[in-house]
Write a protein that binds this ligand. Structure first.
Ligand code: AMP
Length: 194
């Protein structure tokens, strides 16, 4: 199956993705992780991305799309994948649809982890990541609201969106995520891969 997990910064995407890749037994494609690895390795993509990430802005679509295209074309992704942190803008979502369509593939479903803004801020204060200082974090929330939230509508119009309550303990939330994914698997006309 090809599933996308969408959620604002601090929604607990990382934890849920870990469980979901195990459950689905597909590769985990996290663009945030790929970008952080590119920065550590000093690749051209890393150099291009660093400043944007440090300031809480999205990295340009061209940089991210090149990385994702390469990864999606690797043989282990034939069976499906879990997309985490991608797509994050409408052009990215449209490019992904085109890319998959050319390969007779499709997105099977999109899970939104919904968490209220006050809770995101409370969780952020309890974490310690370089891009988690309050000012940068607010910018990341703003990027989500302005650039990523429109994707929810895009996928809802395609009948692919499931919104999951992201409050509660991780097991409880994962139960909801799994129920959503099981429904995608039963949808008529979904892509042939598992
Ligand atoms: P994440 O680990 O998914 O929270 O991503 C960390 C940071 O990487 C984001 O705040 C962005 O600066 C950048 N990033 C990750 N994925 C994307 C994407 N699909 N498009 C643009 N920027 C991204």
């Amino acid at each position: 199956m090809r599933i996308i997990l969408i959620g604002p910064p601090g929604a607990g995407k990382g934890t849920q993705c870990q469980r979901l890749v195990e459950y689905l037994d597909v590769p985990h494609l996290s663009t945030g992780e790929m970008l952080r690895a590119a920065i550590r390795a000093g690749t051209p993509e890393g150099v291009a991305a660093k400043d944007f990430m440090e300031h809480g802005h999205l990295v340009p679509d061209t940089v991210v799309l090149a990385m994702v295209t390469k990864r999606l074309e690797s043989p282990d992704c034939r069976i499906g994948c879990l997309l985490d942190g991608f797509p994050r803008t409408l052009p990215q979502a449209e490019m992904l649809d085109e890319l998959l369509e050319r390969r007779a593939m499709t997105v099977d479903g999109v899970v939104e982890l919904a968490v209220p803004r006050e809770e995101l801020i409370r969780r952020m204060l309890a974490r310690k990541r370089a891009d988690d200082n309050p000012e940068v974090f607010s910018k990341r929330i703003a990027s989500f609201e302005n650039q990523t939230a429109p994707l929810l509508d895009y996928y809802s119009r395609q009948g692919k969106l499931a919104t999951v309550d992201g409050l509660g303990d991780a097991d409880e939330i994962f139960g909801r995520v799994r129920t959503a994914v099981e429904k995608f698997a039963k949808r008529p006309g979904r892509g042939g891969s598992r």
